[in-house]
Design a binder for this molecule. Sequence first.
Ligand code: SF4
Length: 544
Amino acid sequence: MENPLKVIGTSSSTCGSCNSGGCGTCGPSPHASKAPVAFNRREFGYTVLAASASALLTGCSQPKKPVEQAGQPAPAAPALSPDLAVVKTSKGTIMTTLEEFYKMGPGPSSSHTMGPMRITYDFFQRVSKLPQNQLQRATGLKVHLFGSLSATGKGHGTDRASLAGLLGKAPATCPPEFLDGLAANPDQAYKVTIGPKTLDLTLKDIIFDAPKGEFHHPNTMTAKLLAGDQTIYELEYYSVGGGFIEWKGYEPPDKGQPKYPFDHARDLKKYLIDDKIPLPQLLLQNEMAISGKSEKDIWEFLDQVAEVMVRGVDTGLTVESVLPGPIKLHSKAAALQRNLKTTAKGEAARAVTRVASYGFAMGEENARGHIIVTAPTAGSAGIIPAVVKSLRDLNTPTQKIRDGFLAAAAIGYLCKHNATLSGAEGGCQAEVGVGSSMGAAMIAQALSAGPKVVSNAAESALESHLGMTCDPVAGYVQVPCIERCAYGAVKAWTAYAIASEEIPEQRRVDLDTTIDAMALTAREMNSKYKETSEGGLAVSVVLC
Ligand code: SF4
């Protein structure tokens, strides 16, 4: 049988959130020539702007007609420069690190909002270190967006995310009110102090430049420090997918070799079951060896990830709003929480409602463009926060939650390495399916289940998402994405409940087999169901 993994393509050194620079909320894949793609969600977003204008005139928009007709080749994805680190793929041992995997920044798009904010924050830090005599001359900062960032950046909030980073706001900690304020007051000037100079910046300093041209990467942007019309310092950047960034001359950081190399669950089994090494210990040792970080640094990072997630859920549970975009979708999380306190639903319904409300809360925060963590992607970013919040409800100790994060990451790494985390390559099974599988492993690990139960729980959750398509309505990460985050979290608990009660050895399907099945399903899935908004719900829902 043909190996499906050859077709999907893999990488151990790409964006950390997907296997190829496309993780459901990231840009086109460097493997795009291997898998048929039509317009991705970002490219579609440009069409949506025109469609939205039409809808305003008519009061109603028809479902989008499929662009790609049967038998016609799909449009080719833009070529990527072979110089980009994201393109230099490799097989072999998994080398992904936690910081590459769990990335913090604004939603709703890891490539169009999180990446640009990380870029401008990087630029802010660089210029802050320039010699004082250069900074004395500074009069302004400007950012130019090119390619897909220019074409669809408005709908994704690329400009406000870019401005926030330029103003020195760190992507992981920027308050939601600040991001909302940038969008609500587009003409307001904001002060940023760089060395001896304080500069005024507005959204007009983020320029939507040429959407088409010869670019190093489809998501290219340049940042400049200016003295009048002279450029003091300039750097060209690329938002290469999953929130990962590169720049002209970028060299990926050196990595060490893992203590316990693995690229399949069966490799882990040898260490965990035959050699009796606990999974969190194995993953911690690998992380320290690959990243060079200390144990303390790793725990601090995971604690920060947990705090960002829980803060996002808590915010989402209290805010009621119509979410941005043409769908005019009302948020649900706060209402679910409120009703939970007053309605008598019975034990099962109350438990499910509580977990679902957490998933809605973070999914809605992503849609609002607030700070999220890719786990594994922005579209599926509601699942693990819902799991963390519900584990905290059970007073799960902090160290157990850290262990759970490690187990969840291991599942994500295996799916990234052997299949895909990209809705554009594998449909929603690769985003919400993997997120739910990670959540199931996290619960099992945090609640001290054995390695077989952890693996079975992950398998069970992934198995129950196989074949799930990606068909976001109007190209926005809202319908079905938010509700799927709620379901993904509930299914994570369901998978754990099944795996922890069954006789582990009697499970017929192992995790590697299901990951391979996801890769095979991804390869054979019609491209209309791979983030193109050309099939399923996207062409069935009428926007009025
Ligand atoms: S449908 Fe799923 S894969 Fe597609 S954008 Fe939404 S969450 Fe991501």
